[in-house]
Design a protein around this ligand. Structure first.
Ligand SMILES: *Cc1c(COP(=O)(O)O)cnc(C)c1O
Length: 220
């Protein structure tokens, strides 16, 4: 199996409306080029330095996703080009994204990362924190960000029932927000959930964007 086959096979299993982000962290440029040559355009990275360096060296029509924890002081490096930030987990970070996007004259699409897994170590907002953030008068007035939905990571466990419950509760929250009167810069259109180990469950539970690294870049 090569990367092209992996992508083709994966794409065939995706329902319409579910987008594939190829997670290229730690992958060398030639592997990413191979995925690009198969038509893949959405790529995700979890470190600012690696993201910036790959952006500079790879084709300009790649859509770059920031999927990892983002430090406020590093937003400025990716603001000029990043397409979607999946990992907004604090009001302070969102404020800085708005500020830096304004400086480059852009509007940056963002997802709020929700803490859905059991593990203590994972980043993310609680449902209540996410609601407070969306409803805050400051956020309402941001002109350079657009909150486009939610992101969540399931627990790293073999207990598929637990992972399914986590994704289901995130989807339920997403659906509830969708029914509400959201500010003009907020819409619930993207639900980013599912990685190599759990994307099938995530899709069954309503994911619209999966983030796949290991199983896409593996070659045998
Ligand atoms: C690494 C990573 C992925 C991809 O994980 P795989 O198991 O390699 O598919 C998805 N999302 C985030 C946030 C990641 O850091």
């Amino acid at each position: 199996m090569n990367i092209k086959n992996n992508i083709t096979n994966l794409r065939q299993t995706l329902p319409p409306g579910c987008r594939l982000v190829a997670v290229s962290k730690t992958q060398p440029l030639d592997k990413i080029q191979e995925a690009y040559a198969s038509g893949q355009r959405d790529f995700g990275e979890n470190r600012v330095q690696e993201l910036t360096s790959k952006y500079e060296q790879l084709p300009q029509d790649i859509t770059w996703h920031m999927i990892g924890h983002l430090q406020t002081n590093k937003v400025k490096y990716i603001a000029p080009f990043v397409s979607l930030i999946h990992s907004v987990d604090s009001p302070r970070l969102l404020e800085e994204i708005d500020h830096q996007a304004g400086k480059t004259g852009r509007v940056i699409d963002c997802l709020l990362q929700l803490h859905v897994a059991q593990e203590e170590t994972k980043y993310g907002l609680t449902e209540e924190e996410a609601r407070t953030l969306i409803a805050s008068p400051a956020v309402r007035n941001y002109r350079h960000i657009r909150i486009q939905g939610l992101m969540g990571m399931g627990s790293l466990t073999d207990n598929t029932g637990q992972v399914r419950r986590e994704f289901r509760s995130l989807k339920a929250f997403f659906d509830r927000l969708q029914q509400e009167n959201l500010p003009p810069n907020t819409a619930m259109t993207i639900l980013s959930m599912g990685m190599s180990s759990d994307y099938k469950i995530a899709i069954e539970e309503g994911s619209t964007m999966i983030r796949i690294g290991t199983s896409l870049f593996k070659t045998t």
